[in-house]
Write a protein of this length. Structure first.
Lengths: 358, 258
């Protein structure tokens, strides 16, 4: 066939094209950023800890290796008991929300989707509000009723939305999104009512809504990690189905994908990651919406590149934002992220107007 | 290429009835396609051409009758195997994100790839081959969403060609193409059919293309097959007047000359 007839001579050129041809470079940069935020996150604060001391503590506690740096017990306590769990929790949550966001955006073929699109945020918040208002104090190994009900609320609302709106057929995805919006609205109304009657407990509910990593601990981290990392790995293993579904349900079906089954599994996994994240850190926005877009701008939409790099970038971004929030004096991490991240995102959007777009 | 006895049909519909919610769209149709055939399906809008294709490709369950693919009921064939046997050119869809053409074409290899490893060298070769054959090499790195409708149509045909299935199904593949590319696509179909032995089934609106490039034309009207055979016979002047309600002089088929 006549090759040249249709092909306009376009070669994007420039830095953008160079980067897109080298996803590995983006991955390596993301890993370096992750390590840097880890060391800074542990080192900076009211008491400074040198990077060498941080590394020494980690090596001696994890591997039992002594690299000859003297560490005071106070330093060790700050690194190991206070800062490291918090930094690692931020990374875990950032990773889970970024992977869930990438998955929801791809599955629903909608760039505006985020991890909370199936009503998980409102569900978790209602669960948390109920836990706050109930006159029961139940704590099982550092997990209170709030964590449990937030987790259950998030999963229950995702399940409800999927049952009501996920039947497929004509306009299936729009229906799922609208169902998510409707269920979310009902739950938001319940939440508002709960906050209205909560009186003295209002502050507790409000702090869950803002999200934050102040409550991080090793135990919470170790319980949430398998859920989030496990879901993320299972999602990545189904990356090619996610790619195929970008073409639409009919085309994906002709490519041998069992669309309704794959969609159900992927929605369940992404909801699981979201629910686990929300249960330990409250509602943290922005990471799950924006990280996938930034990574797609850099490496294109193929799942086997977007998912792992989003996971690392999300981890780095949330731990960096949490460090910023901590240094400014414990302002909510979501505030820092939106104030610094949104303008950067707008900058990228403008830069990408030529060549690649979201 | 296809492991069936010579002469046995690759695809056979018997007394096929298809419908949606109380409305019958295909009424007791019999259609048998032999390996290596090149068949065009024509008929007025709403005649049931797309529904027939949807049933034949296992997307739409028939209300009555049977469809056999290589001697096996089509709804019993596992999805991956079905996708390795029948490639359907996807309908034009907007992608939600920017995606380079070569990655879109590579999706055609989904039924072949092992689930975890992704594209193997053979898959990459099939993708390169499809891109070259359709003549869209110059579009390889372009964002799918910047392309014209005609260019997108060529990319989607390339997806199905990369799928490398023994049966290729197309639903109005030339709608958005200029005349040069319409002829190019037709010649590609002839080439895939004659050189590779691919069985080609295409719904076409353009009767002239059907008559010129397809040795067998099936005419569908009101859910019934009203003609099946060489275009000289199925696209005769009376038949066109009867089925489409237009004066065949307007259509100027090259049939008489052929």
């Amino acid at each position: 066939m006549a090759a040249g007839a249709l092909s306009r001579d376009v070669e994007a050129g420039g830095l953008g094209a160079w980067v897109r041809a080298r996803p590995l470079v983006v991955g390596v940069v993301a890993v370096v950023l992750l390590v840097v935020t880890l060391i800074l996150g542990v080192g900076l604060g009211s008491v400074r800890v040198a990077p060498a001391e941080t590394i020494a503590v980690i090596l001696s506690r994890v591997f039992g290796i002594d690299i000859g740096v003297t560490i005071t017990p106070a330093t060790e306590a700050i690194v190991w008991d206070l800062r490291l769990p918090r930094v690692l929790t931020a990374m875990l949550i950032g990773c889970g929300l970024a992977v869930a966001g990438t998955t929801f955006q791809g599955l629903l073929r909608n760039p505006l989707a985020d991890p909370y699109v199936l009503g998980t945020a409102s569900g978790a918040a209602v669960g948390a509000a109920i836990a706050v208002l109930l006159p029961i104090q139940l704590v099982v190994v550092e997990f209170g009723l709030l964590h449990g009900l937030a987790f259950v609320g998030a999963l229950a609302s995702a399940w409800l939305v999927f049952r009501l709106g996920g039947m497929g057929g004509a306009g299936g995805l729009t229906r799922l999104l609208l169902t998510g919006y409707a269920v979310g609205s009902v739950l938001a109304a319940v939440l508002t009512m709960a906050m209205y009657v909560s009186g003295a407990e209002l502050r507790q509910i409000f702090s869950f809504l803002l999200g934050g990593l102040g409550g991080s601990s090793w135990v919470r981290l170790i319980v949430a990690a398998p859920l989030i990392i496990g879901s993320s790995v299972l999602i990545m293993a189904r990356g090619r189905s996610l790619d195929g579904m970008l073409l639409g349900d009919a085309a994906a079906g002709h490519l041998g994908i069992d669309v309704s089954r794959e969609r159900g599994i992927l929605l369940a996994l992404a909801s699981m990651a979201t629910a686990a994240a929300v249960a330990i850190s409250g509602l943290i926005g922005f990471v799950g919406l924006v990280v996938p877009h930034v990574v797609r701008l850099l490496v294109g939409p193929a799942a086997h590149r977007v998912l792992p790099i989003s996971a690392i970038a999300g981890a780095a971004l949330l731990s960096a934002a949490d460090l910023g929030a901590r240094l400014v004096g414990d302002v909510p991490v979501g505030v820092v992220m939106a104030l610094l991240g949104a303008p950067f995102f707008l900058f990228l959007l403008n830069r990408s107007r030529s060549g690649y777009q979201l | 290429m296809i492991a069936v006895a010579p002469g046995a049909p690759v695809l056979a519909a018997k007394a096929l009835t298809v419908g949606y919610a109380g409305r019958t769209v295909i009424d007791a149709a019999d259609l048998s396609v032999a390996p290596g055939e090149r068949l065009a399906l024509v008929g007025p809008n709403g005649a049931g051409k797309s529904s027939l294709l949807r049933a034949l490709t296992g997307v739409l369950a028939p209300r009555a009758g049977s469809i056999d693919l290589l001697g096996e009921a089509v709804d019993q064939v596992p999805r991956k195997k079905l996708a390795r046997t029948i490639a359907v050119v996807p309908e034009l869809a907007d992608l939600p994100f920017a995606m380079p053409v070569e990655e879109v074409v590579a999706l055609g290899r989904l039924p072949h790839e092992p689930p975890l490893t992704g594209l193997r060298p053979t898959d990459v070769a099939a993708v390169d081959g499809a891109i070259e054959r359709i003549g869209i090499t110059g579009l390889r790195r372009r964002d799918m969403r910047e392309l014209s409708m005609g260019e997108r149509q060529l990319v989607f045909i390339a997806v199905a060609v990369a799928q490398a299935a023994p049966i290729l199904v197309l639903d109005e593949p030339t709608t958005h193409l200029d005349i040069r590319h319409q002829v190019d696509v037709m010649e590609l179909l002839v080439d895939l059919n004659e050189r590779d032995g691919t069985t080609v089934i295409a719904v076409l609106h353009d009767l002239a293309l059907a008559a010129h490039f397809f040795p067998r034309v099936v005419v569908l009207a009101n859910g019934r097959i009203v003609g099946d055979g060489a275009p000289t016979e199925t696209l005769s002047a009376e038949r066109i007047r009867e089925v489409f309600g237009v004066d065949p002089a307007l259509v100027r088929l090259p049939v008489g000359a052929a």
